[in-house]
Design a protein around this ligand. Structure first.
Ligand code: ADP
Length: 476
């Protein structure tokens, strides 16, 4: 319980609150006491000085101390002090309490002199019982009266009560607020537990606009990606089985037909069976490559490479296929492009895959172009065709493994449905991005970016952007 976030939040709030309220109460109480003492001292000092003047005026007017008791009593009533007045012989002639009249001053040594025309005529003692030190006017004043102490006690009590009430209110608010703060986290925990049990459809509500919202958004996107991967994993097994079954059953069919004498084991039949075996092994190779790439274990042999060379090689490899279909295949690689930091073999594979897809989906008489340009500190490479195009809602999905826009054409194009998935992994392994743009019925453009090799001087713009045909590639 003590380790729960809620409890720790609560304790943290209470600690901060305790320190704040305690500190505030202490400082408020201390400054009230100091200010109040100062006020009392100032008030007593002024009052006492006036009283002394009054006493000396009394002496002048009455030529002595007779009847001064009433005057002293009245003065003492005004201030609430105990006042004694002694004559020059040290005998008490007035006592505001009326108890020490006629007695000698004795040990009450420190009083304030009453002076008339430069001559001392008596001494006034203030609060003799409490003896706070030197009398007013000569040094720090007397201690505050009893009512002052009571006042201070009551002020301090009020401060304490207010602090206690604030603490209780804060405790209630803390409980309510911490519960509110933690509610989305509890929802996240519940959703995560449900996901652990296999319910990947769990999502949490995204309400607030703080860090918890970001956590909820991140959680939801993680859950969506897990669900998607789980779907892909499930589909993968089915897809792989399906993909392997077709060439295998074809090979089996050829072998059985030859064994039963239905087909002659001539070169044509053997070629067909061989083609199926090649397709099968290409599929297995692709799958292994994809698995490696998805696990981030693809080994890249990178070096500063001129993309024009890689594009030339890829186009040359696909040249015969293009000519056979009557498709014009050309390259538009401007001269002076900076070298890219790539594994030429892997990027060549990407280009061949894109070119072969383009040729497969472009009717005779169409054209396929490979091009490149410098864009935003990278090199953007594209393969465009004038083929069938891809519906926009499928442009994202085609990069997923085994995805085919037209499943019925599955193997008629010879594709395994993982070419683009591998291409994406390879481009991303280079730190690039791949995407497709398309216009159904008019053609598609596949683009990907590649990092430039090291830092290049100049702006990297091609000095002479001209269209050129790679050697060995024929336009039809
Ligand atoms: P495949 O091996 O089947 O070609 P890919 O992963 O290379 O698999 O491509 C996935 C799907 O994307 C293809 O089945 C095809 O439907 C679609 N596709 C890829 N390139 C093009 C293109 N240039 N024009 C039209 N459709 C394309």
């Amino acid at each position: 319980m003590i380790h729960s976030l809620w409890m720790r939040l609560l304790l943290a709030f209470m600690l901060v609150l305790g320190v704040a309220l305690g500190g505030m109460s202490f400082l408020a109480s201390r400054s009230t006491t100091t200010e109040f003492h100062g006020f009392l001292e100032r008030r007593t000092e002024v009052g006492f000085r006036r009283f002394l003047e009054g006493v000396s005026r009394y002496y002048t007017e009455n030529q002595g101390w007779s009847g001064v008791q009433v005057f002293v009593e009245r003065g003492a009533q005004l201030t609430g002090d105990h006042v004694l007045l002694a004559d020059n012989s040290g005998t008490i002639v007035a006592d505001s309490d009326g108890t020490m009249m006629g007695q000698p001053v004795g040990r009450l040594q420190r009083g304030a002199s009453v002076v008339v025309k430069g001559t001392k005529v008596g001494t006034v003692y203030l609060n003799p019982g409490r003896d706070p030190g030197p009398p007013p006017g000569q040094a720090p004043g007397p201690a505050p009266e009893v009512s002052g102490a009571a006042f201070l006690t009551s002020v301090n009590r009020s401060i304490l009560l207010s602090a206690a009430a604030a603490a209780v209110l804060a405790l209630v608010l803390t409980v309510v607020l911490s519960r509110r703060i933690l509610r989305p986290i509890e929802a996240l925990t519940a959703a995560a537990r449900a996901m652990e049990r296999g319910d990947l459809a769990q999502r949490v509500p995204v309400k607030s606009s703080d860090e918890v919202r970001e956590l909820a958004v991140a959680f939801n996107s993680m859950a969506a990606s897990l669900a998607r991967n789980e779907d892909l994993r499930k589909n993968m097994v089915t897809d792989v089985a399906h993909e392997l079954r077709t060439p295998l059953s074809n090979i089996r069919g050829y072998l059985e037909a030859m064994r039963d004498g239905v087909l002659a084991p001539d070169a044509k039949t053997l070629d067909s069976a061989h083609e199926e075996a090649i397709h099968l092994s290409r599929l297995v190779d692709d799958l292994q490559e994809l698995a490696l790439a998805e696990a981030g274990q693809l080994r890249l042999d990178r070096s500063a490479t001129d993309l024009a060379d890689v594009a030339d090689r890829a186009a040359r490899a696909l040249g015969p296929q293009a000519s056979a279909k009557g498709i014009g295949l050309s390259a538009e690689i401007p001269e002076g492009l900076p070298p890219v930091d790539i594994d030429p073999g892997r990027i060549g594979q990407v280009l061949q895959n894109l070119l072969s897809n383009a040729l497969a989906h472009t009717p005779g008489g169409g054209s396929v172009t490979v091009g490149a340009r410098r864009a935003a500190g990278q090199l953007e490479v594209w393969v465009s065709d004038t083929g069938s195009g891809i519906p926009s809602e499928q442009l994202q999905s085609i990069f997923e493994r085994f995805y085919r826009v037209d499943p019925s054409r599955a193997r008629s194009t010879g594709g395994s449905g993982i070419g683009l998935a591998i291409s994406r992994q390879m481009v991303e392994a280079h730190g690039g991005r791949i995407w497709a743009e398309s216009d159904v019925g008019r053609g598609s453009v596949f683009r990907f970016t590649l990092p430039l090799a090291g830092s290049q001087g100049g702006d990297g713009r091609p000095s002479a952007a001209r269209s050129r045909k790679p050697s060995g590639v024929r336009s039809v």
